[in-house]
Ligand binder design. Structure first.
Ligand SMILES: [Zn+2]
Length: 194
């Protein structure tokens, strides 16, 4: 369930999940949600049907506009024109991942009268791998160095992956400090800095 959050336009109003517009500046603050299952597919594999759920927790009826999809994803049937207040719409999608050779992560965006709502679908390698940059860290047993910070970056070998947590290994004397907050999507372009 979404929580109340300050209006993204004016910050002067706390928009509740059921609010459709900011009570101070009138900007849309409907907390629409788009979820997809599964959200991770595999390259060169036959994908299962995707189940989408578009939720409108606001007190206003939402008009549904265009849907922006990656070119390997289709919706077999058109969406209804409106989504009533406090309701959800389930619809399905067909992914043609058989022909995708390279891992990718793309957005599915539904345009509505109360703003756009987006979710991400990832297509990953059958056996994805993460790499660290640099691949090795040199540690010296020097007491002057006790609080030295060593930065390294974790990136997938290809495409994007979602990292859920970073665990401390068995190494002595090294404490892992991660920038990860919750789960995080990392790509070859933007890794997880530690
Ligand atoms: Zn506002």
């Amino acid at each position: 369930m979404p929580e109340a959050s300050p209006c993204s336009a004016c910050s002067a109003w706390l928009c509740r999940p059921e609010d459709a517009w900011c009570g101070y500046c009138g900007a849309s603050c409907a907390q629409l949600r788009l979820q997809v299952t599964p959200d991770v597919l595999q390259v060169r594999n036959m994908a299962p049907n995707l189940s989408f759920k578009l939720s409108n927790s606001s007190c206003a009826t939402v008009e549904i506009g265009e849907v922006h999809l990656p070119d390997w994803l289709i919706l077999p049937s058109a969406l209804p024109k409106t989504l009533p207040a406090f309701s959800a719409l389930n619809f399905s999608g067909k992914a043609r991942t058989l022909g995708i050779k390279q891992p990718t992560a793309e957005d599915v965006t539904v345009m509505t009268s109360l703003g756009e709502v987006t979710t991400n679908v990832m297509v990953i390698e059958e056996s994805p791998a993460l790499e660290s940059e640099p691949t090795e860290l040199e540690l010296w047993g020097n007491s002057d160095d006790e609080n030295r910070q060593l930065d390294f970056n974790i990136v997938p070998r290809a495409g994007s992956l979602r990292i859920r947590s970073v665990e401390q290994g068995p190494s002595g004397g090294l404490r892992v400090v991660s920038t990860l907050a919750g789960s995080s999507v990392v790509s070859v372009h933007e890794g997880l800095r530690k």
